[in-house]
Design a protein around this ligand. Sequence first.
Ligand SMILES: *[C@@H]1O[C@H](CO)[C@@H](O)[C@H](O)[C@H]1NC(C)=O
Ligand SMILES: *[C@@H]1O[C@H](CO)[C@@H](O)[C@H](O)[C@H]1NC(C)=O
Ligand SMILES: *[C@@H]1O[C@H](CO)[C@@H](O)[C@H](O)[C@H]1NC(C)=O
Ligand SMILES: *[C@@H]1O[C@H](CO)[C@@H](O)[C@H](O)[C@H]1NC(C)=O
Ligand SMILES: *[C@@H]1O[C@H](CO)[C@@H](O)[C@H](O)[C@H]1NC(C)=O
Ligand SMILES: *[C@@H]1O[C@H](CO)[C@@H](O)[C@H](O)[C@H]1NC(C)=O
Ligand SMILES: *[C@@H]1O[C@H](CO)[C@@H](O)[C@H](O)[C@H]1NC(C)=O
Length: 923
Amino acid sequence: MIIINPIAWVALFVAHIVSTATLRCRVERGDKNRTFVNCCRLHLTSLPALDFYDATSLDFSFNSLSLLHGSSFSRLTQLLHLDVSHNDLQTLVQQSFQGLQELRSLDLSSNNLNALPSLIFVDVTNLELLKLDHNNLKTLEKDVFQGLTHLRHLDLGHNYLQVLHNDTFSHLPHLTWLGIGSNLLEKLEAGAMTGLNNLINLDLSHNQLSLISSVFPPRVFASLGKLQVLRLEQNDDSQMGEYPENVFNNLVSLTSLTIDTFVEVHFGQDFAALRNIHTLDLSENCKFGHLANNSLEGFKNSSLTFLHFQGCPLNDIELCAFCELPSLKWLWLISHHWLTPNKVLESLYGLQFQNMSEILLSYVGDHLPFLHVIDSHSARFLRNICVSRVSMVNSALQRLAGNAVTVRNTPFMNCIEHVDLSQNSLEGDISTFFKLINSKGPLRTLSLQDQWKFSIGEAQCLASEDFNCKKHLVNSFNHLSTYVFNTPPNLTYLNISSLFPHVNPLPANVTFPSATKLEALDMSYLGMANCYFTWYGLENVKTLGLNGNYCYNISETMFDFMDSLKQLGLSNLGISPDFFLSRGWRLFQNLDRLETLDLSRNNLRFADPEMLRAQTRLNKLDFSYNRFQTVPVNVENNCDLKVLDLSHNFLTTLTSSEQSALDSLAGRHTFSLKLLGNPLECACYNLDMVEWLWHTSVLLDGEGREANYTCTTESGEITSTERVMAHWMRHWRRCLGCQIFGIALSAFLLQILSIVVVFVTARSWTQLCYAWKAVRRHRLPRRQHFRRDAYVVYSDAERDVILACVTLREVLEEQYSVRLLLRDRDDLPGSVRAENIVQHIDNSWKVLLLVTREFSKDEWACGFTVQQAQRSITDTMPDRVIVVFLEEPRVLPAMPSLQLLLRMVPESNILHVHGDTPPQHTA
Ligand SMILES: *[C@@H]1O[C@H](CO)[C@@H](O)[C@H](O)[C@H]1NC(C)=O
Ligand SMILES: *[C@@H]1O[C@H](CO)[C@@H](O)[C@H](O)[C@H]1NC(C)=O
Ligand SMILES: *[C@@H]1O[C@H](CO)[C@@H](O)[C@H](O)[C@H]1NC(C)=O
Ligand SMILES: *[C@@H]1O[C@H](CO)[C@@H](O)[C@H](O)[C@H]1NC(C)=O
Ligand SMILES: *[C@@H]1O[C@H](CO)[C@@H](O)[C@H](O)[C@H]1NC(C)=O
Ligand SMILES: *[C@@H]1O[C@H](CO)[C@@H](O)[C@H](O)[C@H]1NC(C)=O
Ligand SMILES: *[C@@H]1O[C@H](CO)[C@@H](O)[C@H](O)[C@H]1NC(C)=O
């Protein structure tokens, strides 16, 4: 029946269309009967049928809705939150929100609403939050917010409102937060704020409200007795003026005020009524030029705690400007580029003997054409303030006199915990730094880095990769004594990088006896002239920077007592290029907690592949800007490695074992490899690498696309891995062709060669044998290679001389034609004896020692000559020395060097001769 009924057909059709529209909304059910319907970003131009009656939250944001029909939502009685922001709504019709009695929040921001009809919100009486910001509202009807008795938060920011009329908000007794910032407000009517008795936060910033009585009528804030935060900044651009009277004195609960200033400002008696004031923020649109004794008069003896001046063109601060501000804890005087730091320090006069948290005097005086010196006089008031943090960053300081602040037992030294003097031009007297570093007080952090006083030449030297220029910084090495740095017991952070241009070589033992809490130490770019020392007492340091010093020689025990180290910077140190090959493992052996290691810019070529085996927690490894041709370390041990930087090295390819090691890291977690700036090749031998780049899950840093690197082909053509991949088949075929041709050619040549060899061998076997033997024999030194046959060594005693030079000579030379070398005959007069001995041994085939009692006493013969004779025994001439005992060895005194020699002389070369029989030994 139903199917043939045409009305039922139409009903089904409509239901289908509606359901396809609504189906696209995502419905989520939360706990406590909550249902969230999310229809955002669906390009909807009109509301679909809303049949989710149990929805508690409905989101239509980021669509193109231009109209909400009356009663659109009337059946969504459970709805608590409705978001129609970022649509094209231009107007709302009466009853748009009919039925939404439970609604708590309504977001209509970022539409094109021009006006709101009166009584538009009467149906949503339980609304607590209403957002109307970023619309085109120009005026607000008197009773537009009628009915919103529970509203707490109303945002009207970024509209075009010009005037706030009497009683606009008088129906909002519970409103606590009202934002009307960034409108075109020019005027507040006297009763504009009436009824806002519970308002806590009011934003009127970025309007055109001049700070004068006609714009701020007296008692305009009379009902804001509970207001705590008032933002009025970026309203009044005039240079001269005075704050309107009888306006601010009603804000008795105000804790925070942000307001524009004039060149001369007087916070007068009206402000004395702000009994709870905590923060005065003058940092936006600040025109303050002259801070006088009475500028802050209204805040004298108040609870003002935080005073924030930033970017004011201050040119003068009177001595007593900050007098009688007993509660002041934070004083920020930032970016007063044309005021000298000394002037600012003088203004601390009124804060003496107070306890403060922070005095920031950064970016002060940095536009003046001269540098500043802080001496004992200018810092005299600061010394009397007990303050926890002082910062004078980038304030063109040139010198801090030794007695400026570091006088013992001053309130300053007893309280100071954090000092930041970075980015100045400090030089010269460094005693202040040492007193700070050596103080026993509560100092926790000290930042002295980046004093821009390197000469250009030095800076270039340190940044360049030519390390030779650093050598001129090296003074004498000192390996003897101990250097003891006594640091404050609570110091956790010390940064002195590029504080000095040149630190003298440190001794071998550098001890920090009291640095038990030190966690970060940065000593980079100090021009440190050697690294041949060991740190003691830094067991808890987690971060150490030594970059940019001159460490050609690093002591391999340097880090032996730094077990907690996690981050280590060893970049740009001019380390000897093979240091890590032989001693890398030793240097790092105790750093098993290391997570980040920077070895970039060191000209390294080799490293011990196992040197980081112990660093199982290693996370980031930077080898960039070196000269490695392969992946320098075996990363298989470093399972946690996430970043390996090999950019700007000399890698031409990645071997397949390297590829699989990197793949296995990428299999564990995201792992990225940096390879840019390497002379990669795309040749036949490494086509697999190109393919690997394309398919690996390692994150790469190629150009344009991850795996796209410049590479060179065999023929020297510059291409990119992307192009090689694009023409993969062509490359592959060409390479395969080359390979097959190569194999065929080698096989052919090998065949020809074997035929020749077989032919030659067969024809002249005998000659070859002889030739071989000749070659063998030729290798050994033979008698004819020496000028004399034997060098005779004998003592100076007359009996021995006669024996050698007469008896022996006659027998051997005349009867046997043995050519002897005899000291007394052949030495040239005046020649050096030691030299002669060495030469004679070299020139003789044999060395003949005539051992007698006198011989044993002769230093030359028995000492030096015997040692030389021993050295002359080699593998090729094992029987070079002949020892002739002319007396019974037992009766001779002990001769240690001869004993040594005898162990090397073959038994047949040791002769015992008694009587006058000359030895007869020819070989
Ligand atoms: C959920 O709704 C049902 C009926 O609508 C009601 O009985 C129940 O109390 C609700 N639960 C909560 C947590 O509100
Ligand atoms: C606004 O209200 C004040 C009193 O609160 C009244 O003096 C003033 O005339 C009113 N302004 C207008 C435009 O109605
Ligand atoms: C602030 O207090 C001091 C001492 O309590 C007093 O001498 C001074 O007059 C007070 N200043 C003001 C402006 O009330
Ligand atoms: C500001 O106060 C100091 C200290 O009370 C005083 O010496 C100085 O003269 C005052 N400056 C002016 C301009 O009144
Ligand atoms: C170091 O810190 C501890 C705890 O914060 C503190 O009790 C101690 O007084 C501090 N030492 C110095 C010398 O200030
Ligand atoms: C280094 O110096 C400190 C302090 O003088 C001393 O305690 C330590 O034993 C020295 N270490 C070595 C290895 O000389
Ligand atoms: C690949 O790199 C080359 C240079 O190495 C570059 O010219 C080319 O545009 C890159 N390709 C892509 C898709 O970015």
